[in-house]
Design a protein around this ligand. Structure first.
Ligand SMILES: [Mg+2]
Length: 484
């Protein structure tokens, strides 16, 4: 309780007291001990202020943090409610290849880099713009709401972007390391009626595009971006339901050798989406990979194909080899070999008939693990084919350490092999490598006799494409094969 000294100064006193009563229970007095806690209270208040500040501040860079950004933006939107002429901008910024700096030069260098970037960003904006660090290498610049047109807002944003471009790309010296930093920026403008999470999502989506844009390092959120992401969300959301309600199905495309004998079929997934129509694998496989949904689809594919192979053999249709596309991410699922074992047991699958096609991938980090898993499956009799060879960045040194028994020449090279010396050269190189390493080869997308003639002349011995047969559903395969 507060007490006041004779001089009028306030003293905070902590009082511990008990009442004294007479025999009838009436209060006759109070006995207590008072403790002056003025200094203690002041210290506590100081501490609380510091604590509140620390909770809003990013410890590494001293910039406001995510928590503060949310609080600030909420307040900003609330105080401008109804002011329809007000417009602000939200810039989501992320450094390119920051992880590489951390991984190769250590976290100390990474931290120092973030501190310098934070300082530079603050110099790129106007005094009342807010620069925050969300965590990792993610920063946000907030241009507060003010009476502006879209054009005026964009002009302001472009100025900030020009400043960032000039400032961030200047080499940064940390110890003995000279680092060249680049950033990607997603931008959206907003009004007071918008919601915080929508604003952040839009800028995030725009940044996703900026990351993929080979020319611009920034991207504005537009209606087209919005529609693209809506579409992606619908695709992603539909996967589980699609798998359980027969929207997905497999087609099989025959593969032949130079003697026109059937050497195998490649199983290809299809999706008949109830609203979006027929979806091509490239419209959902990469998306599923990026969103950790590939295993769900991958497991369904393997089970469906194993089951189909059993049905074919029961019906007397013998296919020498069945190729199944799998994603490197699927391989890295903890129990991939065990799942394969269980499915093979369930459907009496002969591992020697199965070829797993794996796309060339630049995932160097997990290389050893991938190799271990492939070796384990190889020892059980499974075979591996390197898909779309020539389109990725797999290094030769790594490639030869993986147990592939086949390479597939990507159809993009076959498509213009007659007219492009480049495609012709790549095809020749792949064939030479395959011959040296004693690998089978299958050229994909063979559609014309002229393409086949060139490939045959180059010594290619395996083909797949419309010239022979398009992919067909399982029950049609028998008919197609007997017609050939
Ligand atoms: Mg394939």
């Amino acid at each position: 309780m507060p007490l006041y000294t004779k001089g009028g100064n306030r003293v905070d006193v902590l009082l511990n007291s008990t009442t004294r009563r007479d025999a009838q229970g009436r209060i006759v007095g109070v006995v207590g001990v008072g403790q002056n806690i003025t200094a203690l209270n002041r210290a506590r208040k100081d501490f609380e202020v510091k604590l509140a500040a620390a909770a809003d501040e990013d410890v590494l860079t001293g910039l406001p943090n995510r928590r503060y950004l949310n609080y600030y933006l909420e307040k900003e939107l609330r105080t401008h409610q109804g002011g329809n002429d007000n417009r602000g901008a939200f810039l989501f910024l992320d450094l390119d290849s920051f992880k590489l700096v951390n991984d190769s030069l250590g976290h100390q260098v990474g931290d120092d880099l973030l501190k310098i970037v934070a300082q530079r960003l603050k110099r790129c904006v106007r005094e009342n713009d807010l620069v925050c660090r969300l965590g990792g290498d993610e920063f946000v610049i907030l241009v507060p709401l003010a009476v502006r047109t879209i054009e005026q807002t964009n002009a302001l944003v472009r100025k900030i972007i020009r400043n960032i471009d000039k400032s961030i790309t200047k080499p940064i010296q940390i110890g003995s390391h000279k680092l060249n930093t680049h950033a990607s920026i997603g931008i959206c403008d907003f009004i007071s009626e918008d919601k915080v999470e929508d604003i952040i999502n839009r800028a995030d989506n725009a940044m996703y595009l900026a990351k993929k844009d080979p020319i611009n390092f920034y991207s504005f959120y537009t209606v087209a971006v919005h529609q693209m992401f809506e579409h992606k969300m619908r695709v992603l959301k539909g996967i589980t339901r699609g798998l359980t309600s027969n929207q997905f199905y497999m087609e099989y495309q025959p593969q032949f050798n130079h003697l026109k004998e059937l050497v195998g079929v490649e199983a290809l997934i299809r999706w008949q989406h109830p609203q979006l129509g027929q979806l091509d694998p490239n419209q959902f496989i990469l998306l599923a990979e990026q969103n950790h949904r590939i295993n769900e689809i991958g497991t369904w594919i393997i089970e469906t194909v194993f089951k189909q192979v059993k049905q074919w053999s029961q019906g007397g249709l013998i296919i020498p080899k069945i190729a199944i596309n799998i994603s490197p991410l699927q391989l890295l699922e903890s129990n991939f070999p065990e799942n394969i074992r269980l499915l093979a047991e369930k459907y009496d699958t002969d591992p020697k008939k199965i070829v797993f096609e794996i796309t060339e991938s630049a995932d160097v980090e997990q290389f050893s693990l991938i190799r271990k898993i492939l070796m384990e499956l190889k020892n059980k009799g499974y075979r591996f084919s390197l898909d779309d060879f020539g389109t990725g960045f797999a290094s030769m040194a790594q490639f030869k350490r993986l147990p592939f028994s086949q390479v597939k020449i990507d159809q993009s090279f076959i498509a213009d092999i007659e007219t492009s010396p480049y495609s012709l050269a790549i095809t020749e190189v792949v064939l030479t490598i395959a011959k040296t390493l004693k690998l089978d080869v299958i050229a994909e997308g063979v559609e014309t006799q002229a393409q086949l003639d060139i490939l045959t002349k180059l010594g290619c011995t395996g083909y797949q494409g419309y010239l022979f047969s398009r992919p067909v559903e399982a029950d049609l395969l028998q008919t197609v094969l007997s017609d050939l």
